[in-house]
Design a protein around this ligand. Structure first.
Ligand SMILES: [Zn+2]
Length: 411
């Protein structure tokens, strides 16, 4: 039987447009797809329809988190005042070493995905550790729409997290064979990757048509060290360009301190950016010039970057997005409540290659959405989204998470 979900509906269309239906409905067919959506009274016709009435509640598309680290789940937010490198040394490497145990990886993965579903994230780009078996456990536990990548690291890392270059490439090759395009090529960042490893990664991405995910220009200290490691490169971005890692299926996280020339290369190659405002604030990394990225026409979407980002909730990232760029005149038309919802949903789904399947409400798309318990009275998307970011408890607002038309979580 078809199901008609009734509620107040927000539907992000673009960075500047969001539909709102005060008494709306999402009609879901027997296959979990959206047959139609809009005003409730227009949809409530026909006999084989079961109405699910949430007319007092808000219904929005599920979130996309385009850059997060599953292995850092248990150490998220457990730091203060550390910049990137000491934070990696003190908190992250010791935790990632534990993922040599598949059993440990499995247990963390289970809790991680439960948490994402509770917070309404159903699409994600996920980093693993260097461990092939840990990546397998992550895939086995994954019950959302995600790409997952075994991290590649063959230099400047602790001994337990330093791979032999060839072994690393073979491990990635095996995972691509096994999981197809769901496995992302994941050279962690230039500092921890030899040129040979990055070039090998690019070749594997070509072979399998895989997404590539990495970090770029996050922190001045790292930029400095990286330029010494790769003296033949013009700049940080050029290292990846020369290795063949940039292109329309590549997602670089951060891109905070890129020069105009570097942004031009990202644009020209079609490379996408994962913008992680809460992480950037937590690690004192700086502000990504979102106005520049927007004006150059580089595609970006929001991400938690757990565990530097302290929370798994994309509502927290939307709040961080509004705050990180507040008071900067050039940002006013790029950064606002309506764009925040778009960058936390449809923009992310597009970047991860799932834009035709999910990310907002459209006939034929998968019914992936959230019923949120709120008591907001406004009929203006901007005000409702503002309330979502500031006036609710992120951990209890999700009343139902619906994935492919099935309720998979009830709060
Ligand atoms: Zn990251």
């Amino acid at each position: 039987m078809k199901k008609l979900y009734r509620g107040k509906i927000l539907n992000p269309i673009s960075a500047s447009e969001c539909e709102f239906f005060a008494d709306g409905g999402i009609l879901v067919d027997e296959n979990g797809r959206i047959e139609s959506y809009g005003k409730f009274e227009k949809l409530n016709k026909g006999e084989d329809i079961e109405v699910q009435d949430f007319s007092e509640d808000l219904i929005i598309p599920a979130f996309s988190d385009v850059h997060t680290h599953l292995p850092q789940y248990d150490v998220r937010g457990k730091f203060s005042g550390n910049d990137l490198l000491p934070w990696l040394r003190n908190y992250i490497w010791p935790e990632e070493i534990k993922f040599a145990s598949s059993d440990y990886a499995k247990k963390v993965a289970r809790r991680f995905f439960d948490d994402l579903i509770q917070h309404g994230t159903l699409t994600a780009g996920i980093f693993g550790t260097i461990h092939v078996n840990a990546a397998r456990e992550m895939f086995n536990e994954c019950n959302i729409r995600a790409i997952i990548g075994k991290a590649m690291m063959d230099q400047n890392s602790p001994a337990e997290l330093t791979e032999n270059t060839q072994d690393s490439l073979e491990g990635v090759d095996d995972l691509c064979e096994e999981f197809g395009q769901k496995h992302a090529i994941t050279p962690r960042f230039a500092m921890t990757c030899s040129n040979e490893l990055m070039c090998g990664g690019a070749a594997l991405a070509n072979k399998y048509g895989a997404i590539i995910q990495t970090h770029l220009s996050e922190n001045y200290e790292v930029i400095d060290m990286t330029s010494k490691l790769f003296p033949n490169a013009e700049n940080y971005t050029d290292i990846y360009l020369k290795a063949g890692l940039l292109g329309p299926k590549t997602i670089v996280a951060h891109a905070i301190h890129c020069s105009d020339e570097e942004f031009d290369v990202l644009k020209k190659t079609g490379t996408k950016i994962a913008h992680c405002p809460t992480s950037n604030i937590a690690l004192n990394s700086g502000r990504m010039p979102v106005e520049k990225v927007f004006n150059k026409g580089i595609e970006f979407a929001l991400a938690t970057d757990v565990g530097a980002g302290p929370k798994t909730s994309m509502l927290d990232v939307m709040r961080g997005f509004l705050e990180a760029h507040a008071g900067i005149d050039a940002c006013e038309y790029v950064v606002n409540e309506v764009s925040a919802l778009y960058y936390a949903t449809l923009a992310g789904a597009k970047i991860l290659g799932f834009g035709a399947e999910t990310g907002n409400f459209k006939e034929g798309k998968s019914a992936d959405f959230l019923v949120l318990k709120t008591n907001f009275k406004s009929a203006k998307p901007k005000e409702i989204i503002h309330n979502l970011c500031y006036d609710i408890d992120y951990s209890s607002v999700v009343q139902k998470t619906v994935f492919r038309g099935e309720v998979i979580y009830e709060g």
